[in-house]
Design a protein around this ligand. Structure first.
Ligand SMILES: Nc1ncnc2c1ncn2[C@@H]1O[C@H](COP(=O)(O)OP(=O)(O)OP(=O)(O)O)[C@@H](O)[C@H]1O
Ligand SMILES: [Mg+2]
Length: 252
């Protein structure tokens, strides 16, 4: 190991991957006990372990909410570390885009219901792509969650997917807080969050878009963002229908 690290010191990219793999192992160890605590909370809240009074229930609900947020952060750290490591291989399968989009919409239903946000999906039923399902879901999850979090109540988000030449285009439009020109240059950096975003959601990590950028690059696609402050944001992702790397990284 020390030999590898010594050799890698002359190759920052390799060192970065080794660091990501180490972080990945540590975070995996952290996730299990947190998930177990969440499970126990759920059991108590459902009354499986016996009746609880209203005061205890409220306290536990608050604690459970924080633990759920912690799990989301841990999962994002896992995505970030694994996408930057060389451990996971790409698995190409036939993917039905509408199904993936509908599943993501369902996943965020609790949040969209709470904010009274409507998500309109515009995609023909048999539109397919050969790609890595996990990466595609990570990518769309992050973009769509941003659209929801940084939008105000009762607004509409549209997700349009269409075929053009050898590419699949996915365009996500929101009517949210928007991003200024200066901020736009920084939002793909790790841990960068705008001040206005921090006010709206204090628990974010600022890793989402750096994960998206990496996923798009592995899938040999491109991403473009157009935005106007207080008007909304458009994220345009282009992915080739067939081509993506066989592995996330070349072996070293
Ligand atoms: N749709 C959007 N509307 C407005 N601002 C956005 C949008 N998407 C991204 N941003 C800005 O880009 C920043 C970086 O986004 P990113 O997803 O990387 O991190 P985050 O949402 O702050 O936290 P997390 O890592 O938990 O997703 C956000 O903090 C926000 O300032
Ligand atoms: Mg985000």
């Amino acid at each position: 190991m020390s030999k590898i690290i010594h050799h890698s010191c002359n190759h920052p990219e390799i060192l970065y991957k080794l660091k990501s793999e180490f972080i990945l192992q540590v975070i995996h160890e952290l996730r299990s006990p947190v998930a177990v605590i969440e499970g126990f909370h759920e059991m108590i809240l459902k009354g499986i372990t016996g009746k609880i009074n209203t005061k205890t229930k409220k306290t536990l609900e608050k604690a459970n909410h924080r633990i759920k947020n912690l799990l989301l952060i841990i999962d994002e750290l896992i995505d970030h570390a694994s996408i930057n490591s060389s451990i996971i291989k790409i698995k190409k399968t036939d993917l039905e885009i509408i199904k993936i989009l509908e599943d993501i919409k369902k996943k965020f239903r609790e949040l969209t219901n709470k904010k009274k946000i409507t998500i309109n999906i515009n995609c023909r039923p048999n539109l397919k792509i050969i790609s890595d399902k996990d990466l595609l879901i990570i990518l769309l999850n992050n973009i769509i969650s941003n659209a929801i979090i940084y939008s105000s109540e009762k607004s509409t988000i549209t997700v349009k997917a269409y075929h053009r030449g050898p590419y699949l285009n996915i365009v996500i439009n929101d009517q949210g807080i928007g991003i200024s020109k200066e901020e736009k240059n920084k939002i793909f950096e790790e841990f960068y969050r705008t001040r206005r975003a921090r006010k709206i959601e204090k628990d974010g990590t600022g890793l989402g878009l750096s994960i998206v950028k990496q996923a798009v690059s592995i899938l040999k696609g491109s991403i473009k963002i157009n935005s106007k402050v207080n008007k909304g944001t458009q994220v345009h992702v282009t992915l080739p229908f067939k081509k993506c790397s066989k592995t996330r990284y070349k072996n070293y």
